[in-house]
Design a protein around this ligand. Structure first.
Ligand code: MLC
Length: 496
């Protein structure tokens, strides 16, 4: 099964139906029907074939949200080409590893962003591709129909940071994306009459796997914006009148600033607000319900597994919980010996289902530790209530989640330790009312190290969300007898 089979009822069956409206950061707009998307992706597929891209090759994109990402996704689905999304906030250091590991034929980007790619990276200008598309056939030629994509054919490598500092490419197949989309459309009752306001970046699975796919599968309408902007949100809701919104908790915290009248008005038109990628604080859920008249539906997933668990659409959306396993996904909660624990007892969540990735690109070692007897180890610790609701309680790893973006302290610590005058460093996540958590760095160094200059250096080398909020000079790092840093013993840091 190819994902295309699922999309065809919207793409081919409703050629004249409006599908997509895009608004860029300057307010420029464009609109597309499902027929346009079908034509454009056929044309782009021909362009890619002409440029030598073949089934199984990787093609990366490094782009802010724009319709070209939809074209790239559909063209690659048709060709059996593996898409490698790269976070637009990543900088050379972070991209180098991805490009080296995935070895894409090219990175599709814009000239302004291309300057941030590692020297020597082959990149294609997204506008040049668009120009080349004009001369191409807009129909599904035999070359496209003969590709023979199956459920286990990889559709994307999505890089997710690892505890070792280098990120790993989760191999997500056509079947993974299809199963995820089917489960969400069914559980959240998404239909062709929905209007989805898409503010999430399409380079992560929340925007790509959930947003883009429930749109294409249900054949609903999508308004895509370049990125979430608090100042514009009220106008988007008022003008577009969406029924469906997916966001990270930081977005919901920001939406609490919407004036009461506007919030009520937005709430009246909406059918469903979904939150994920980071824990939604219960007070935010309550305050949002008061203001907008909607209980946000919280769900749980990860890059490697797409979505696993969701609060019910009709039943109780229980604050602080992630709900019940999605259709087709099985969840176990186990102790350190991998034995199932009884309800009410904490343990690690293991998941299994057609949504779970096929493994990690080039990383059999990481695969071996991530899977146990066919179950994926999430690394998240949780507990199940007697009536089946799961509550996450923490993580086995040191992962920090800021605004829904994952941060592994090790990556920042390694960069800090490379800087002159710094003996060692430890990075921890501290609570933040808007972002959930923010990283703070503890550095062992003398007074000669200028901490402001250090921050500036880090800013040029890492995505902005990874730059520590503060740098704290310490004489040494607390360690166990075995040498492991005891992060909980570092002096507490509070925003001043
Ligand atoms: C931020 N920037 C972006 C951007 N987000 N640029 C393009 N696209 C985006 N999505 C830019 C800002 O313009 C700014 O640039 C700089 O990055 C610093 O931004 P910031 O201050 O951190 O961002 P802010 O404006 O506060 O944005 C907050 C946010 C954003 C919530 C809108 O963090 C966001 O989009 N988060 C979503 C993360 C996400 O999708 N995670 C899903 C992972 S999948 P400048 O030039 O002005 O400095 C996953 C699995 C699962 O976890 O279960 O879902």
């Amino acid at each position: 099964m190819s994902l295309l089979g699922l999309f065809d009822r919207a793409l081919l069956g409703r050629a004249d139906t409006p599908a997509l409206e895009f608004e860029d950061a300057d307010g420029g707009r464009s609109e597309f029907t499902f027929g346009d998307l079908e034509t454009r992706s056929n044309q782009l597929a021909q362009v890619l074939l002409k440029r030598g891209v073949r089934r199984g090759d990787r093609l990366a994109f490094y782009l802010v949200n724009q319709p070209a990402i939809v074209d790239i996704w559909l063209a690659c689905v048709k060709l059996g080409v593996i898409v490698v999304p790269i976070n637009v906030l990543y900088r050379e250091r972070e991209i180098t590893h991805i490009v080296h590991d995935a070895a894409p034929v090219a990175v599709v980007t814009m000239p302004s962003q291309a300057t941030l790619l590692p020297v020597g990276t082959v990149w294609w200008d997204v506008q040049a591709l668009e120009h080349d598309m004009r001369g191409m056939s807009g129909t599904r030629t035999e070359a496209l129909s003969a590709v023979g994509v199956r459920a286990d054919t990889p559709a994307a490598l999505v890089y997710t940071s690892g505890t070792t500092g280098t990120s790993k490419g989760a191999i997500l197949t056509h079947g993974n994306f299809a199963a995820n989309a089917l489960a969400l459309v069914q559980t959240w009752e998404i239909t062709a009459t929905d209007r989805y306001l898409a503010v999430l970046p399409l380079f992560h699975v929340h925007g790509l796997g959930n947003g883009l796919h429930v749109w294409l599968l249900s054949g609903c309408h999508m308004k895509l914006v370049e990125r979430f902007e608090q100042d514009k949100a009220v106008a988007w809701f008022a003008d577009y009148r969406p029924t469906l919104f997916f966001g990270v908790p930081t977005m919901y915290v920001r939406l609490l600033d919407v004036p009461t009248d506007s919030a009520r008005d937005i709430g009246r038109g909406m059918r469903l607000f979904v939150s994920g990628s980071a824990p939604l604080p219960a007070p935010v859920l309550t305050a949002f319900a008061d203001r907008f008249g909607h209980v946000i539906l919280e769900r749980y997933g990860m890059t490697e597994t797409l979505m696993n668990v969701s609060n019910p659409y009709h039943g109780e959306r229980r604050a602080g919980t992630i709900g019940l396993p999605l259709p087709m996904t099985a969840v176990r909660i186990v102790d350190d010996t991998l034995a199932d624990v009884p309800d009410g007892t904490s343990g690690e969540l293991l998941v299994r289902g057609p949504n779970v990735c096929a493994g990690y690109w080039n990383r059999p070692d990481a695969e071996a530790t991530a899977f146990v007897h066919g179950w994926f180890r999430t690394g998240d610790v949780g507990v199940r209530s007697a009536d089946g609701y799961i509550t996450l309680e923490g993580r086995r790893s040191d992962l920090i989640i800021s605004s829904g973006f994952n941060i592994y302290p090790r990556e920042i610590e390694e960069l800090l330790a490379e800087q002159p005058g710094i003996a060692e460093a430890a990075v921890v996540g501290v609570p933040d009312s808007v972002r959930g958590e923010v990283p703070v760095a503890y550095v062992v160094c003398g007074d000669q190290v200028d901490l402001d200059a250090l921050a500036a250096t880090v800013r040029t080398q890492l995505a902005s969300f990874k730059v520590p909020r503060a740098f704290v000079r310490v004489p040494s790092l607390p360690r166990t007898a075995l040498g492991k840093v005891q992060r909980h013993l570092l002096p507490p840091w509070r925003a001043g």
